[in-house]
Design a protein around this ligand. Structure first.
Ligand SMILES: Nc1ncnc2c1ncn2[C@@H]1O[C@H](COP(=O)(O)OP(=O)(O)OP(=O)(O)O)[C@@H](O)[C@H]1O
Ligand SMILES: [Mg+2]
Length: 312
């Protein structure tokens, strides 16, 4: 089946700097693809190529099955882009800016008014309608910039750090609004530095560093692969943690054992699942009763740091 985005060995150099250095990936229709990486990794540069703003140095990119260089005009009509840089419509009111943007996209008058009404409501812009862009706070401006993109229909939306400067409520509103559109078939390419947003929104993600993709998978898949050291915690029912150490220690190998509370043992392990099974088996065999067991889940932040630092 054809992918919505298909990138093969993409390279883009700014003079001597290889900003994108042989990147390949595919994004299916109706999915949210997260693109993560440290500052200067090549995220925005990739977006610029995918949205036809700059030509690749080499490699191929197809969007909707069409080559991005040869069919730029056609592709442009079906995509939306919220770039990282703020847009400048200093002197226009929010209301006018949205309307003009819709007009630029050829959205008919009645539909423009309906859309704007919905967006004012959804993005909490009602009070800002009559204000000029210059008079808005940074977060308010960003909200307008993102909302504006929804004035027109599209099949694919690129969001380059759309939530920077947004307060938690505005951030959640935006993510939910994007989600709603994804349910109706929109495909989204999304960059952020906030891992919770990736967890909340993305079906798949790639981690890019110095122009190269270091890892690509679902959030759960990446956590499994790169989750690193986790802790197993066992809470005992009657016995003191100290008294079961002779059972635990021989099985723990070189793992660190802690006793955070009188009745609790914590063991750090790279393979926590396996460790947990071994411990439960051994304790049960020795008739030690357990109140509860848990494994600290790995976080995407951990994954990100492991992947990025490992690539240095
Ligand atoms: N117009 C340009 N001219 C020269 N070099 C550039 C230009 N734009 C970006 N670069 C370089 O290309 C590399 C990738 O930059 P890019 O903007 O794609 O990073 P990014 O992943 O989007 O980072 P951030 O998280 O800070 O937005 C960096 O080394 C940057 O210095
Ligand atoms: Mg960027």
């Amino acid at each position: 089946m054809e992918s919505c985005i298909s990138v093969s060995d993409l390279r883009l150099s700014y003079g001597q700097v290889a900003a994108v250095d042989g990147v390949s990936f595919d994004v299916d229709y109706g999915k949210v693809f997260g693109f993560l990486g440290p500052n200067g990794a090549g995220k925005t540069t990739t977006i610029k190529v995918l949205t036809t703003l700059v030509h690749p140095t080499s490699g191929s990119v197809s969007i909707f099955g069409k080559d991005v260089v040869r069919h730029a005009r056609e592709i442009k009509k079906r995509i939306g882009v919220v770039l990282q840089e703020p847009s400048f419509e200093g002197n226009l009111t929010v209301e006018k800016a949205l309307d003009l943007y819709g007009m630029m996209w050829g959205v008919p008058g009645e539909r423009r008014r309906d859309r704007a009404r919905e967006l004012f409501d959804r993005f909490d812009l009602e009070e800002l309608r009559g204000k000029k862009n210059d008079e808005l706070s940074i977060g308010q401006r960003r909200r307008v910039q993102v909302a504006r993109e929804f004035m027109h229909d599209m099949d694919l939306l690129f969001l380059d750090e759309p939530t920077v400067g947004l307060d938690p409520a505005a951030r959640r509103t935006l993510l939910d609004y994007v989600k709603k559109h994804v349910h109706s078939g929109l495909t989204v390419f999304f960059t952020t530095h906030i891992m919770e947003e990736v967890e909340y929104l993305c079906n798949e993600l790639a981690i890019i560093n110095r122009g190269r993709i270091m890892a690509i998978d679902t959030p759960a898949g990446l956590k499994q692969k790169y989750g690193g050291v986790k802790a197993v915690e066992i809470k005992l029912r009657e016995e003191k943690a100290r008294s079961v150490l002779p059972i635990i220690k021989p099985l723990a190998g070189g793992s660190v054992i802690e006793i955070p509370a009188e009745d609790t043992i914590r063991i750090s392990s790279a393979d926590a699942q396996d460790m947990l099974v071994k411990m439960i088996e051994a304790l049960a065999k020795n008739s030690v009763q357990m109140e509860s067991v848990s494994v600290t889940p790995p976080t995407l932040e951990e994954v990100f740091l492991t992947v990025v630092n490992g690539g240095r």
